[in-house]
Design a protein. Structure first.
Length: 531
């Protein structure tokens, strides 16, 4: 891809994603819709997805940031449903959808149909997380969706390799397929386990925040590349490393955390936006090679395969939710009984994304004997229509479905109460430590400075409790909100003075940057993120 089209893609997708925040439509869906329309504008170049770019260069950072933001403890608590979906469902969908495609398309051999089944089997990590955040799913369902989408790509890629080997004539067997799957899975996990400790050691011993963040940007590519070099799952290696580092992120210094959060938010935003725009831009590329399958026949195949994908998830979801409870008493005693509503939402949330398209574009054009790969162009078309269908149909209707089923929303009051209790315990411990330090003559401070330290603790302790209190009848703000707003106004007034002093040459730019940096840190401390 040339530089100008690449810049246009990044800038255009970022603009649309930013505009989507002002609309009720989730950004992934608006990006796909706009890209579909733009793809037929005269002069727009063909943006063909290159699997050699998407899989090793785009997928690792997206998985890394998603896994880093996930909770290792929550995922461990939901290990059974996550495993049932990320491994069991993907293999089940590969077989069911592949068999349906084999029965549907007269000239499609079964191995090629299973290749198609593996390609469209995994729900997309980016789409699931983006829509879950937007519609406010209950925390348990969000955790399961995130966990599924982190691991299922590894299952699908391995299943695809096995089916592809049979389709191109390499004599793959069921035993060999199982062996390859286990080697890839175990190898990916082991690679992640081997890499995570030395990488974390580096993160805690490099004291320069700039070098820390440079290392952070390299980690997903290193983990993915090392695992792929030993023929293991790069996806699992990235996820294992990211979960470990995210769980121990508190051991890294504050400057690194502040910079790292900003850097990875920007990277994830740009990559997610570009990825969904690329999905929509594939339409001319896919239709150009469709060949004999056109019009009503191609549309019928697309609709039938979409229905098969949706139906397969519903068929799997209800036994996966209720059968373990029926078979094992320990599960019944330990977990709450799921309602019939949750499996419906989880089934409808299975949107496909860029990984399916990237895998489909990696299908070779010929088999071992030199003949064309059976119905390759049709497989590309059906993958594209399935991805678009799940994103648009399921993505647009998911918020209405959740509202109609009246799933319990996250309890904001309980969340704030837990935060307040945690802050109160931490503040008491910090106050005890302050008393110990002040009792040492080496830490003697003038009373005003000692009082300021106590005031900071008191402010942090009270800030969360104030959010539980009454609101201002005029503005609708809590006391805490008013404090933060006034603090920001005061900091803004100081900032204007510093800039005016610089403009009149009373201070230089270097001093201005130092003073503004200090104000920025104070503003960051005064304002917690609400987005």
């Amino acid at each position: 891809m040339h530089v100008v089209p690449l810049l246009l893609l990044v800038a255009g997708s970022a603009t649309i994603a930013g505009a989507a925040r002002r609309t009720p439509v989730p950004a992934p869906l608006l990006l796909v819709a706009v890209a579909l329309a733009v793809s037929y504008v005269p002069g727009v170049p063909d943006y063909t997805l290159d699997p050699d770019v998407v899989l090793p260069l785009i997928l690792p950072p997206l998985l890394y940031t998603a896994a880093s933001d996930s909770s290792y403890l929550d995922l461990r608590a939901q290990l059974r449903p996550v495993a049932l979906l990320s491994v069991g469902y993907v293999l089940f969908a590969t077989l069911v959808v592949g068999w349906a495609a084999y029965l549907l398309v007269p000239d499609l051999p079964l191995p090629a149909a299973l290749v198609l089944g593996a390609v469209v089997a995994p729900p997309d990590a980016v789409a699931a997380t983006a829509v879950a955040r937007r519609v406010g799913l209950p925390s348990r369902l969000t955790t399961i969706l995130q966990g599924e989408s982190l691991v299922n790509d590894a299952t699908a890629i391995t299943a695809y390799k096995v089916a592809l080997a049979a389709a191109v004539g390499e004599g793959a067997t069921w035993g060999g397929g199982v062996r390859e799957f286990l080697l890839a899975a175990v190898g990916g996990v082991v690679t992640g386990l081997v890499l995570m400790v030395p990488i974390h050691w580096l993160r805690t011993h490099i004291k320069e925040a700039l070098l820390q963040n440079t290392l952070s940007l390299l980690i997903p590519f290193v983990a993915y590349g090392v695992a792929e070099q030993v023929h293991a799952s790069g996806v699992l290696a990235v996820v294992v490393v990211a979960l470990y580092l995210g769980h121990r992120n508190w051991q890294v210094d504050f400057a690194t955390r502040l910079q790292e959060e900003a850097v990875w938010k920007m990277v994830a935003f740009l990559l997610e936006s570009a990825v969904f725009a690329l999905i929509g831009l594939q339409l001319p590329v896919v239709l150009k090679g469709l060949g004999e399958y056109e019009g009503i026949q191609a549309a019928w195949y697309a609709v039938a395969l979409f229905l098969a994908v949706v139906a397969a998830r519903f068929v799997w979801m209800y036994p996966a939710a209720f059968l373990p409870r029926f078979l094992f008493r320990r599960i019944r005693e330990r977990e709450e009984n799921p309602t019939w509503k949750s499996p419906i939402v989880m089934s409808w949330a299975g949107m496909r994304g860029v990984v399916s398209l990237a895998i489909a574009f990696s299908i070779p054009r010929t088999v071992d004997g030199g003949e064309p790969f059976p119905e390759r162009n049709l497989i590309l078309f059906l993958t594209f229509t399935t991805v678009i269908g799940t994103l648009v149909v399921q993505g647009l209707s998911l918020p209405a479905l959740i509202h109609r089923l009246r799933l319990p929303a996250r309890d904001a009051q309980s969340h704030t109460l837990a935060e307040a209790n945690a802050q109160a315990q931490a503040s008491r411990t910090a106050e005890q430590r302050l008393d110990e330090l002040l009792a040492d003559e080496r830490n003697a401070l003038p009373p005003p400075l000692a009082d300021r330290l106590r005031e900071v603790l008191e402010r942090r302790r009270n800030a969360v409790w104030e959010r539980l209190g009454s609101v201002n009848p005029v503005t609708g703000e809590t006391v805490d909100d008013t404090y933060r707003r006034m603090s920001r106004e005061m900091i803004g007034a100081e900032r204007e003075v510093f800039v005016r002093l610089r403009d009149h040459r009373h201070i230089d730019d270097e001093m201005l940057r130092t003073l503004l940096r200090r104000l920025d840190l104070e503003e960051a401390a005064a304002y917690r993120e609400t987005a």
